[in-house]
Write a protein that binds this ligand. Structure first.
Ligand code: NOJ
Length: 739
């Protein structure tokens, strides 16, 4: 328990009076409007707000934790959690704890305001799905929606109302461990996934059973942390803020996200958690967001570390007046806001606005009518068949086949497979970072999945070879021996689950030397090597790639573990994932991403003299067991007016032997603009099943205002007449935009 204590005893200040609702002036009424479920939400909020004392209002904008904190990045706790608190981070999976606490809030406080129970349901609650970075490689936002809806259902049955997800920080530096939690490097794709996740968590209405309130995080710029170091500052120009970091948030807000979390980082000198520009001017005023912003853990207090506040009081003042509505875990709002309001430093209207936002979400969630969670039996609410089915489908679609020399995959003719590597029997690491209440015992390890998949078709020989790290090479000889006796080697290497996620920064993004050495040793057996990678970030594969005949990126697949991989190895599953993030050749190339701006000189000038300037695997890379032929892009017209739209098409035929799912990515480029624009920008994507021998038509309706514009430093949309290009794979067409 840390030394932080509540500033005053709430039971004394607020009094306990369960049955009648008192107004702030002490008068009572029998049937307060805010308890009338048929009254409109805004009137209920007004009515409740009118009755609240200053201290009661302040309590609504605080969040403490309840239960056993199992998150190593969230250190510390508040000693006593008062029942008048606005929200708790709910560290439990048993609805009984929630209900006990909620009962105190609803039945034993003066106004009976229910508590909002939040939790990090990042990629599942108990049914752990692939990490978000993997999910983004599926290019299937509809599936993201379905997977999030299942996570919401499972978490809500445990008593959670609110998830701190999706994380939609565009990131260009794989040293930053949190790339695992996001949807890759592209702002448009991240925005599409943001909206998909919000739809999944929140459903059609927040009050529906099984819905969670979503939280877009971390607002904003956290993914630009300098050199990938966690919690540090960022340098983001206004045009880059508007065109790269803000668009996913705008998409998430438009999709109806109830809340946002302010980020730890500072943006060019102003911490996001103290940024009036970001939280008030952009989010609330320009975008009209009506939910609330919660701080990240301790982010208010951290304003002191960041050098913009002298003490907790000043930190609370700056954060709150900037528009940060709820304080996660600092207890600085609780301690200081009453006095800051009394002294006129925080206007009462600002406090009312923040409280109104919190209450609005509580009313919209139906918490006043249904404050308790139905206490279902655990086996009826966890690891349910539909959740597992969707998790498996997602894992199948997120696998990226990065290399397949001589069509070594699928393994149709192999009668003996050597399964080698520290991840071959692993369970825990396949869960990935932030796995809520996931358990290693739920995970299907790769060896079990392969034995089932290849039963009666191939023998599986096993050797671990080495551990995930360290220097013990004593298992190498056995691994080479096993490889010699097999037709093919499946070598399972990668990262431990804690090597990515929060506070998991690496200076090197290569795998530990011992894993690289194991590959080099095993290769000496002379058999084709299928390298299976499970990791939470792009890796430096420069020493491994030349030694592998095939590379299968399975990311951290969660509870379904090795099953989807087994399907790919056998050919039951035709891989359809594509990278949503660039794989650099080495750390030296970072930052490297596809949507860079054009350089001043073309050709070979300005390139590295000692290494390639090209990444190892580009954004969008990914192979299939079939082949696709792309036709030319058909344009209905070559000149488009600014107010018009046009639908462009491309035909793709599956000319190979298997059915497959192909994602078509539509890029736009604007070669001459007032502000130099990226060489190409993704504007639309679509994934479709194309049966072997068949053809599919992919369409994109170009809306100039939406697809051809950019934002200037003030955030104004700029749409300029002139030539533009549309690009799909290596096909490119030009058209002209006129006034
Ligand atoms: C800190 C993390 O940055 C954030 O993503 C998370 O939601 C909070 N802790 C709460 O666990």
């Amino acid at each position: 328990m840390d030394s932080r204590r509540l500033g005053f005893v709430l039971g004394v200040v607020l009094g306990l009076c369960p049955s009648v609702a008192m107004q702030a002036d002490g008068s009572e009424d029998e049937k307060p409007l805010y308890k009338d479920a048929t009254a409109p939400v805004e009137r209920r909020v007004d009515d409740l707000l009118r009755r609240m004392t200053l201290e009661e209002k302040v309590m609504q904008v605080n969040q403490y934790s309840l239960g056993r904190n199992n998150n190593e990045n969230n250190a510390g706790a508040v000693a006593r959690v008062p029942a008048e608190i606005g929200s708790v981070i709910y560290y439990d999976q048993d609805p009984a704890l929630r209900n006990d606490f909620q009962r105190k809030a609803v039945e034993q406080t003066r106004l009976g305001i229910p508590v909002l129970f939040g939790h990090d349901v990042i990629h599942g609650f108990r049914t752990i799905t692939p990490i978000p970075l993997a999910q983004s490689c599926s290019w299937n936002p509809e599936l993201v929606t379905q997977v999030c809806a299942q996570s919401a259902l499972e978490a809500s049955r445990a008593g959670v109302d609110w998830t701190f997800s999706p994380m939609i920080d565009v990131a260009h530096d794989p040293r930053w461990g949190r790339v695992a939690e996001g949807y890759g490097e592209d702002p448009y794709a991240t925005g599409v996934y943001a909206a998909a996740a919000v739809r999944g968590y929140q459903g059609d209405t927040l009050s529906a059973e099984g819905s969670l309130a979503a939280c877009l995080k971390h607002f904003v710029g956290y993914g630009a942390s300098e050199a990938g170091r966690d919690y540090v500052y960022t340098e983001i120009s206004r045009p880059t803020m508007w065109n790269l970091y803000l668009p996913p948030y705008e998409a998430g807000v438009r999709a109806g996200a109830a809340t946002l979390m302010s980020s730890f980082n500072d943006v060019s000198g102003t911490p996001s958690s103290a940024s009036h520009f970001l939280m008030t001017e952009v989010l609330k005023e320009r975008w009209g967001h009506r939910g609330f912003v919660v701080s990240d853990w301790d982010a208010v207090r951290q304003l002191i570390n960041q050098g913009v506040a002298a003490d907790g009081r000043e930190a609370a003042l700056k954060a709150f007046n900037a528009g940060l509505d709820m304080d996660m875990m600092d207890d600085l709002y609780q301690r200081h806001l009453p006095d800051l309001v009394n002294k006129g430093l925080v206007p009462m209207e600002r406090l009312d606005d923040a409280v109104r936002r919190v209450l609005r979400i509580k009313f919209e969630m139906g918490l006043f009518e249904n404050p308790y969670t139905k206490e279902m039996k655990r086996e009826k609410r966890i690891l349910q068949p539909e959740g597992l089915r969707l998790a498996e489908q997602m894992a199948e679609q997120s696998i990226v086949l990065l290399k397949n020399e001589n069509a070594v995959l699928p393994l149709e003719r192999a009668s003996t497979i050597a399964l080698i590597g520290p991840l071959a029997k692993d369970t825990e690491n396949l869960l990935g970072s932030w796995f809520a209440y996931g358990e290693a015992k739920d995970v299907c390890p790769i060896d079990r999945a392969l034995s089932q998949e290849f039963e009666g078709r191939a023998d599986i020989l096993y050797a671990q070879g080495c551990g995930m790290e360290g220097d013990d090479r004593s298992g190498f000889a056995e691994a080479v021996g096993v490889a010699r006796r097999a037709d093919v080697v499946v070598l399972c290497l990668g990262e431990k689950r804690r090597w990515s996620g929060e506070n998991a920064v690496w200076g090197s993004i290569s795998l530990p030397e011992i894993q690289e050495d194991l590959l080099a040793e095993v290769k000496k057996a002379g058999k084709p090597v299928v390298l299976v990678l499970s990791n939470g970030r792009p890796l430096d594969l420069s020493r491994m790639e030349p030694l592998a005949d095939a590379i299968v990126e399975i990311w951290q697949p969660g509870v379904v573990g090795g099953k989807p991989l087994a399907g790919v190895l056998s050919g039951r599953v035709n891989p359809s994932g594509r990278l949503s993030v660039t794989f650099p050749r080495s750390v030296a190339q970072i930052p490297i991403y596809y949507n860079r701006r054009p350089a001043a000189r073309k050709g070979t000038q300005g390139r590295y003299l000692d290494m390639s300037s090209e990444p190892l695997y580009e954004f969008g890379a990914g192979l299939s067991f079939t082949t696709y032929d792309y036709g030319e892009i058909s344009l209905p017209k070559e000149t488009l007016r600014k107010g018009e739209e046009m639908t462009v098409e491309v035909r793709v035929s599956n000319s190979g032997p298997r059915d497959g799912m192909e994602t078509v990515m539509w890029f736009v480029s604007d070669p001459v603009a007032t502000l130099s624009r990226p060489v190409k920008e993704l504007k639309h994507f679509e994934k479709k099943l194309i049966k072997a021998g068949e053809e599919a038509v992919y369409r994109f309706t170009v809306n100039p205002q939406r697809d051809l514009s950019y934002r200037d430093a003030e955030g104004n949309l700029v749409l300029e007449a002139g030539d533009y290009y549309l690009q799909v794979k290596d096909k490119r067409v030009k058209f002209t935009l006129i006034d």
